[in-house]
Ligand binder design. Sequence first.
Ligand SMILES: *Cc1c(COP(=O)(O)O)cnc(C)c1O
Length: 384
Amino acid sequence: MTLKSAYMDYQATTPLDERVLASMLPYLTEKFGNPHSAEHRFGWEAEAALDVAREQVAGVISAPSEAITFLSGATEANNLVIKGVMEQWGRNKPHLITVSTEHKCVLEAAEVCRKAGFRVTLLPVGQDGIIDLNQLEEAIDAETAMVSVMAVNNEIGIIQPLSEIGELCRKNGVLFHTDAAQAYGKIPLDVEAMGVDFMSVSAHKIYGPKGVGALYHKLGKYTTLTPQMHGGGQEGGLRAGTQAPALVAGLGRAADICAAEMAQEQGRLTTMMNRLVSGLKKSAPALIINGHPDKRWIGNLNVSFPGLVGDRLFADIRGLAVSTGAACASAVAGPSYVLDAIGLSDMDAKSSLRLGIGRFTTDEEIDFALDKIAEAIAKQGGCE
Ligand SMILES: *Cc1c(COP(=O)(O)O)cnc(C)c1O
């Protein structure tokens, strides 16, 4: 059977695993209680679902379950940490450090802080997409409240040196937040060993439902946050609003499956990715892999095809669901700010594709992608 399409946009979102769906259904039907209702069975059942999920989510990063807060996703977690920390600590420590290649929600939250009068340093990255630790150390001063550096970049897949950053932050008494939406459940993470104070997680990047995520929030006085949502005191007062037991149960189950299958999944994806890369190099010998060659999540490949016209390439691979260099900002003109930050020319950035593979990717889909791209390249007379 020949395929008509293939999904290779696992960084944008992942399909819901059926095992995750099964864990959610009871909480959408018979177990419909409000977890905040302490007086009856319906409430207890729903609360028990949150307790189980909290253990599951915490377990993946070796954290205590009390350090996990459920909320709507990584966007909300990032906003809560950045605004909440600056509001809490900014009077004495009005300085925030983050990176130019962070997800838009981090950059926008940092911009809100800047407009509120705080000082924001945006670190550059090298051509490999990774920050320079010396530059980070130089940027830290007596007024720095927090450093926010993502774990795995959503566009180019590179892994930032979390442990080294965590050590620097600890040494200087600075809080460390990492947006781990693309890393959690995929690569080993240990918040204590890595010196992470806050970590943002999203369920729909790990085969869970959209609309739910978690914030790991190290227990202790110095990590106190000012809540950004006020109301009924749910989630220890950190995030008011009735929790969504079905979504949270799904997040918990999704986390559990990722942890159990992490090593095996990494092996399978490595084999598949190697085949994808060598196949692409056959049709495009001049292909450029964007971002560090090894320090990367194996499910993400961001490549440029020098000399090819990006718009035509993209039009000719219809059926292959990938993201262009212009990425999720497809409505926004101009190439991606991440590719710009690693020094790609406009031309190379415009001829780039992000190919994301994951749990449900098949060998047939890899073949489909290779065929489609080879045809599109041939149409333009080849790529060197
Ligand atoms: C997807 C993603 C987000 C946003 O997560 P949501 O749960 O969709 O809000 C934030 N940061 C990174 C790195 C992401 O990949």
